[in-house]
Design a protein around this ligand. Structure first.
Ligand code: ASP
Length: 318
Protein backbone atom coordinates (compact mmCIF):
# COMPACT_ATOMS: atom_id res chain seq x y z
CA UNK A 1 0.00 0.00 0.00
CA UNK A 2 1.88 3.05 -1.18
CA UNK A 3 0.83 6.40 -2.50
CA UNK A 4 3.14 9.20 -3.48
CA UNK A 5 1.58 12.49 -2.50
CA UNK A 6 4.04 14.96 -3.93
CA UNK A 7 7.75 15.62 -4.09
CA UNK A 8 9.60 18.87 -4.60
CA UNK A 9 12.91 19.67 -6.22
CA UNK A 10 14.55 20.36 -2.84
CA UNK A 11 14.86 16.68 -2.04
CA UNK A 12 17.02 17.23 1.06
CA UNK A 13 13.91 18.54 2.76
CA UNK A 14 11.73 15.50 2.20
CA UNK A 15 9.58 14.36 5.08
CA UNK A 16 8.02 10.91 4.70
CA UNK A 17 4.63 10.43 6.34
CA UNK A 18 3.75 6.82 7.11
CA UNK A 19 0.13 6.05 7.91
CA UNK A 20 -0.81 3.26 10.30
CA UNK A 21 -4.43 4.20 11.10
CA UNK A 22 -5.77 5.41 14.45
CA UNK A 23 -8.35 7.99 15.39
CA UNK A 24 -6.44 10.59 13.40
CA UNK A 25 -7.68 8.61 10.37
CA UNK A 26 -11.02 7.88 12.01
CA UNK A 27 -14.44 8.70 10.58
CA UNK A 28 -17.90 8.87 12.10
CA UNK A 29 -21.34 9.46 10.58
CA UNK A 30 -21.86 12.44 12.89
CA UNK A 31 -19.64 15.46 13.49
CA UNK A 32 -20.70 15.54 17.15
CA UNK A 33 -19.84 11.88 17.82
CA UNK A 34 -16.37 11.80 19.38
CA UNK A 35 -16.44 8.19 20.52
CA UNK A 36 -18.60 6.13 18.14
CA UNK A 37 -16.29 6.29 15.12
CA UNK A 38 -14.20 3.81 13.17
CA UNK A 39 -10.46 4.32 13.60
CA UNK A 40 -8.24 3.81 10.56
CA UNK A 41 -10.86 4.72 7.95
CA UNK A 42 -9.10 7.45 5.93
CA UNK A 43 -5.90 7.20 3.93
CA UNK A 44 -2.79 9.03 5.06
CA UNK A 45 -2.75 10.83 1.69
CA UNK A 46 -6.19 12.26 2.44
CA UNK A 47 -5.07 13.38 5.92
CA UNK A 48 -2.22 15.32 4.33
CA UNK A 49 -4.51 16.81 1.68
CA UNK A 50 -6.83 18.06 4.42
CA UNK A 51 -4.10 20.40 5.68
CA UNK A 52 -3.61 23.13 3.05
CA UNK A 53 -0.49 24.43 4.82
CA UNK A 54 1.27 21.16 3.96
CA UNK A 55 0.76 21.61 0.21
CA UNK A 56 3.98 23.59 -0.19
CA UNK A 57 6.14 21.06 1.68
CA UNK A 58 8.26 18.28 0.23
CA UNK A 59 6.31 15.28 1.43
CA UNK A 60 5.81 11.65 0.57
CA UNK A 61 2.86 9.78 2.04
CA UNK A 62 2.82 6.02 2.41
CA UNK A 63 0.17 3.74 3.89
CA UNK A 64 1.87 0.97 5.91
CA UNK A 65 -1.18 -0.23 7.86
CA UNK A 66 -4.74 0.81 8.63
CA UNK A 67 -5.29 -0.25 12.25
CA UNK A 68 -7.04 0.84 15.37
CA UNK A 69 -3.86 0.92 17.45
CA UNK A 70 -5.51 -1.16 20.19
CA UNK A 71 -4.96 -3.92 17.63
CA UNK A 72 -1.28 -3.17 16.93
CA UNK A 73 0.72 -6.37 16.49
CA UNK A 74 4.35 -7.44 16.49
CA UNK A 75 4.53 -8.17 12.76
CA UNK A 76 3.35 -4.63 11.96
CA UNK A 77 5.97 -3.28 14.37
CA UNK A 78 8.68 -5.20 12.53
CA UNK A 79 7.49 -3.92 9.14
CA UNK A 80 7.25 -0.37 10.45
CA UNK A 81 10.72 -0.39 12.01
CA UNK A 82 12.28 -1.72 8.81
CA UNK A 83 10.44 0.76 6.62
CA UNK A 84 11.38 3.72 8.81
CA UNK A 85 15.00 2.53 8.82
CA UNK A 86 14.97 2.38 5.00
CA UNK A 87 13.59 5.90 4.67
CA UNK A 88 16.04 7.33 7.21
CA UNK A 89 18.92 5.90 5.17
CA UNK A 90 17.87 7.99 2.13
CA UNK A 91 20.03 11.14 2.05
CA UNK A 92 17.15 13.27 0.77
CA UNK A 93 14.94 12.34 3.73
CA UNK A 94 15.05 14.81 6.55
CA UNK A 95 12.69 12.99 8.86
CA UNK A 96 9.78 10.60 9.15
CA UNK A 97 6.30 11.21 10.57
CA UNK A 98 4.10 8.28 11.61
CA UNK A 99 0.36 8.72 12.04
CA UNK A 100 -0.78 6.31 14.75
CA UNK A 101 -3.53 5.68 17.25
CA UNK A 102 -3.04 7.07 20.74
CA UNK A 103 -3.83 3.80 22.53
CA UNK A 104 -0.52 2.01 21.96
CA UNK A 105 1.50 4.95 20.68
CA UNK A 106 3.81 4.82 23.71
CA UNK A 107 4.70 1.18 22.99
CA UNK A 108 5.48 1.82 19.32
CA UNK A 109 7.49 4.93 20.17
CA UNK A 110 9.53 3.10 22.82
CA UNK A 111 10.23 0.19 20.48
CA UNK A 112 11.30 2.42 17.58
CA UNK A 113 13.65 4.50 19.72
CA UNK A 114 15.30 1.38 21.12
CA UNK A 115 15.77 -0.35 17.76
CA UNK A 116 16.52 2.69 15.60
CA UNK A 117 17.88 5.38 17.99
CA UNK A 118 17.84 7.57 14.88
CA UNK A 119 20.03 10.58 14.28
CA UNK A 120 17.15 12.05 12.23
CA UNK A 121 13.71 12.80 13.68
CA UNK A 122 11.01 10.14 13.74
CA UNK A 123 7.82 11.83 14.88
CA UNK A 124 4.71 9.94 15.88
CA UNK A 125 1.49 11.85 15.87
CA UNK A 126 -2.12 11.02 16.64
CA UNK A 127 -5.48 12.52 17.50
CA UNK A 128 -8.07 12.18 20.22
CA UNK A 129 -10.95 13.14 17.90
CA UNK A 130 -11.78 11.54 14.56
CA UNK A 131 -11.13 13.49 11.38
CA UNK A 132 -14.90 14.07 11.01
CA UNK A 133 -15.35 15.74 14.43
CA UNK A 134 -16.09 19.44 14.92
CA UNK A 135 -13.00 19.69 17.08
CA UNK A 136 -10.74 17.39 15.03
CA UNK A 137 -7.24 17.74 16.46
CA UNK A 138 -5.51 15.61 13.80
CA UNK A 139 -4.81 18.35 11.24
CA UNK A 140 -2.96 20.62 13.70
CA UNK A 141 -1.09 17.66 15.19
CA UNK A 142 -0.01 16.54 11.72
CA UNK A 143 1.12 20.05 10.82
CA UNK A 144 3.10 20.28 14.06
CA UNK A 145 4.62 16.83 13.52
CA UNK A 146 5.84 17.78 10.04
CA UNK A 147 7.33 20.98 11.51
CA UNK A 148 9.25 18.92 14.08
CA UNK A 149 10.36 16.33 11.50
CA UNK A 150 11.66 19.10 9.27
CA UNK A 151 13.34 21.21 11.93
CA UNK A 152 17.09 21.67 12.34
CA UNK A 153 18.81 19.55 14.97
CA UNK A 154 15.91 17.32 16.01
CA UNK A 155 16.84 13.66 16.47
CA UNK A 156 15.35 10.52 17.92
CA UNK A 157 11.85 9.14 18.23
CA UNK A 158 9.40 11.65 19.66
CA UNK A 159 5.64 12.12 19.72
CA UNK A 160 3.86 15.36 18.92
CA UNK A 161 0.34 15.77 20.28
CA UNK A 162 -1.54 18.91 21.35
CA UNK A 163 1.45 21.18 20.77
CA UNK A 164 3.78 19.17 22.99
CA UNK A 165 6.78 17.06 22.02
CA UNK A 166 7.37 13.94 24.12
CA UNK A 167 10.34 11.59 24.28
CA UNK A 168 9.60 8.19 22.77
CA UNK A 169 11.21 6.65 25.84
CA UNK A 170 9.04 8.53 28.33
CA UNK A 171 5.56 9.24 27.03
CA UNK A 172 2.47 7.69 28.53
CA UNK A 173 -1.16 8.05 27.60
CA UNK A 174 -2.68 9.31 30.82
CA UNK A 175 -6.12 10.49 29.73
CA UNK A 176 -8.84 8.61 27.90
CA UNK A 177 -10.62 11.61 26.35
CA UNK A 178 -8.79 14.95 26.68
CA UNK A 179 -7.00 16.33 23.60
CA UNK A 180 -3.76 16.59 25.59
CA UNK A 181 -3.83 12.96 26.60
CA UNK A 182 -0.10 12.39 27.20
CA UNK A 183 2.42 12.95 29.95
CA UNK A 184 5.99 11.82 30.45
CA UNK A 185 7.15 9.52 33.17
CA UNK A 186 8.69 9.22 35.60
CA UNK A 187 8.12 12.81 36.70
CA UNK A 188 9.38 14.27 33.42
CA UNK A 189 7.78 16.94 31.27
CA UNK A 190 7.70 17.43 27.51
CA UNK A 191 10.97 17.79 25.60
CA UNK A 192 9.64 20.78 23.72
CA UNK A 193 6.54 22.60 22.54
CA UNK A 194 5.54 23.54 19.00
CA UNK A 195 4.09 27.01 18.65
CA UNK A 196 3.07 28.22 15.17
CA UNK A 197 5.58 25.80 13.65
CA UNK A 198 8.42 26.98 15.90
CA UNK A 199 9.98 24.49 18.31
CA UNK A 200 10.86 25.64 21.81
CA UNK A 201 13.04 22.94 23.38
CA UNK A 202 13.48 22.35 27.13
CA UNK A 203 15.47 19.11 27.25
CA UNK A 204 17.69 16.91 25.07
CA UNK A 205 16.30 14.76 22.28
CA UNK A 206 16.23 10.98 23.00
CA UNK A 207 19.59 9.27 22.67
CA UNK A 208 20.86 5.70 22.84
CA UNK A 209 22.35 2.88 20.86
CA UNK A 210 20.30 1.33 18.08
CA UNK A 211 19.61 -2.37 18.50
CA UNK A 212 18.73 -2.55 14.78
CA UNK A 213 15.40 -3.30 13.14
CA UNK A 214 16.60 -6.74 12.02
CA UNK A 215 16.38 -7.83 15.68
CA UNK A 216 12.60 -7.85 15.29
CA UNK A 217 11.18 -11.09 13.87
CA UNK A 218 9.03 -10.46 10.79
CA UNK A 219 6.53 -13.06 11.90
CA UNK A 220 4.59 -12.56 15.16
CA UNK A 221 5.32 -16.15 16.17
CA UNK A 222 9.03 -15.34 16.48
CA UNK A 223 8.43 -12.85 19.29
CA UNK A 224 8.82 -13.95 22.90
CA UNK A 225 5.67 -14.26 24.98
CA UNK A 226 5.80 -11.57 27.64
CA UNK A 227 2.82 -10.56 29.75
CA UNK A 228 2.02 -7.77 32.19
CA UNK A 229 0.37 -8.80 35.45
CA UNK A 230 -1.03 -6.33 37.97
CA UNK A 231 -0.79 -6.80 41.71
CA UNK A 232 -4.03 -5.73 43.37
CA UNK A 233 -6.33 -6.33 46.29
CA UNK A 234 -7.54 -9.90 46.27
CA UNK A 235 -4.80 -11.09 43.88
CA UNK A 236 -3.96 -14.76 43.58
CA UNK A 237 -1.52 -16.84 41.56
CA UNK A 238 -3.89 -18.82 39.36
CA UNK A 239 -3.35 -16.79 36.17
CA UNK A 240 0.41 -16.80 36.68
CA UNK A 241 0.53 -20.57 37.25
CA UNK A 242 -1.51 -21.09 34.07
CA UNK A 243 0.82 -18.83 32.08
CA UNK A 244 3.87 -20.68 33.41
CA UNK A 245 2.35 -24.00 32.40
CA UNK A 246 1.58 -22.59 28.94
CA UNK A 247 5.18 -21.47 28.34
CA UNK A 248 5.34 -17.79 29.34
CA UNK A 249 8.80 -16.40 28.53
CA UNK A 250 8.85 -13.14 30.46
CA UNK A 251 6.73 -11.34 33.06
CA UNK A 252 6.39 -7.67 33.91
CA UNK A 253 4.75 -7.07 37.25
CA UNK A 254 2.76 -3.86 37.56
CA UNK A 255 3.43 -3.60 41.28
CA UNK A 256 1.72 -1.60 43.92
CA UNK A 257 3.50 1.55 45.10
CA UNK A 258 7.25 1.28 45.30
CA UNK A 259 7.44 -2.18 43.73
CA UNK A 260 5.50 -4.33 46.18
CA UNK A 261 3.55 -7.46 45.29
CA UNK A 262 0.58 -9.08 47.02
CA UNK A 263 1.77 -11.92 49.23
CA UNK A 264 -0.65 -14.27 47.45
CA UNK A 265 1.41 -13.84 44.25
CA UNK A 266 4.79 -14.55 45.85
CA UNK A 267 4.87 -18.33 45.49
CA UNK A 268 3.78 -18.25 41.83
CA UNK A 269 6.31 -15.51 41.03
CA UNK A 270 9.09 -17.48 42.73
CA UNK A 271 8.14 -20.64 40.80
CA UNK A 272 8.26 -18.70 37.54
CA UNK A 273 11.70 -17.27 38.34
CA UNK A 274 12.95 -20.70 39.34
CA UNK A 275 11.95 -22.03 35.94
CA UNK A 276 14.27 -19.42 34.38
CA UNK A 277 11.65 -16.89 33.28
CA UNK A 278 12.71 -13.28 33.90
CA UNK A 279 10.38 -11.27 36.13
CA UNK A 280 10.73 -7.50 36.04
CA UNK A 281 9.06 -5.13 38.46
CA UNK A 282 7.46 -1.80 37.52
CA UNK A 283 5.12 0.40 39.50
CA UNK A 284 1.46 0.63 38.58
CA UNK A 285 1.49 4.25 39.84
CA UNK A 286 0.99 6.75 37.03
CA UNK A 287 4.11 8.64 38.06
CA UNK A 288 7.34 7.99 39.96
CA UNK A 289 9.77 5.08 39.78
CA UNK A 290 10.69 2.19 42.04
CA UNK A 291 13.04 3.96 44.41
CA UNK A 292 15.98 1.89 45.61
CA UNK A 293 15.69 -0.80 42.92
CA UNK A 294 18.99 0.06 41.28
CA UNK A 295 19.51 -3.39 39.84
CA UNK A 296 16.05 -3.54 38.27
CA UNK A 297 16.09 -2.67 34.57
CA UNK A 298 12.43 -1.67 34.51
CA UNK A 299 11.92 0.30 37.71
CA UNK A 300 11.59 3.63 35.89
CA UNK A 301 9.51 2.33 32.97
CA UNK A 302 5.78 2.02 32.65
CA UNK A 303 4.60 -1.61 32.60
CA UNK A 304 3.95 -1.27 28.84
CA UNK A 305 7.38 0.10 27.98
CA UNK A 306 8.95 -2.52 30.27
CA UNK A 307 7.16 -5.25 28.36
CA UNK A 308 8.71 -3.98 25.12
CA UNK A 309 12.13 -3.73 26.78
CA UNK A 310 11.87 -7.27 28.13
CA UNK A 311 10.94 -8.62 24.69
CA UNK A 312 13.97 -6.83 23.20
CA UNK A 313 16.12 -8.27 25.97
CA UNK A 314 14.91 -11.79 25.20
CA UNK A 315 15.34 -11.30 21.44
CA UNK A 316 18.93 -10.16 21.99
CA UNK A 317 19.59 -13.19 24.16
CA UNK A 318 18.36 -15.30 21.26
N1 ASP B 1 -8.47 3.40 19.47
C1 ASP B 1 -7.76 4.44 18.77
C2 ASP B 1 -6.38 3.94 18.36
O1 ASP B 1 -5.53 3.88 19.23
C3 ASP B 1 -7.62 5.63 19.62
C4 ASP B 1 -6.78 6.68 19.02
O2 ASP B 1 -6.33 6.61 17.90
O3 ASP B 1 -6.56 7.62 19.72
O4 ASP B 1 -6.13 3.71 17.20
Amino acid sequence: MQSELHTTPDAAQTVVIIGTGGTIAGASGSATDNVGYKAGSLSVASLVKAVPALASKALEAEQLAQLDSKDMDHATWARLARRVEQHLARPEVRGVVITHGTDTLEETAYLLQRVLAPSKPVVLTAAMRPATAIQADGPQNLLDAVAVAGAEGVRGVVAVVAGQVWSGLELRKTHSYRLDAFEAGPDAGPLAVVEEGIIRRFRDWPLGEALGATLLPEDSTGWPWVEVLGSHAGADGRALDAWRAAGLQGLVLACTGNGTVHQALEASTAALKQSGVPVWRTTRCAQGRIVGAVDEPAGALSPWAARVELMLHLLQRG
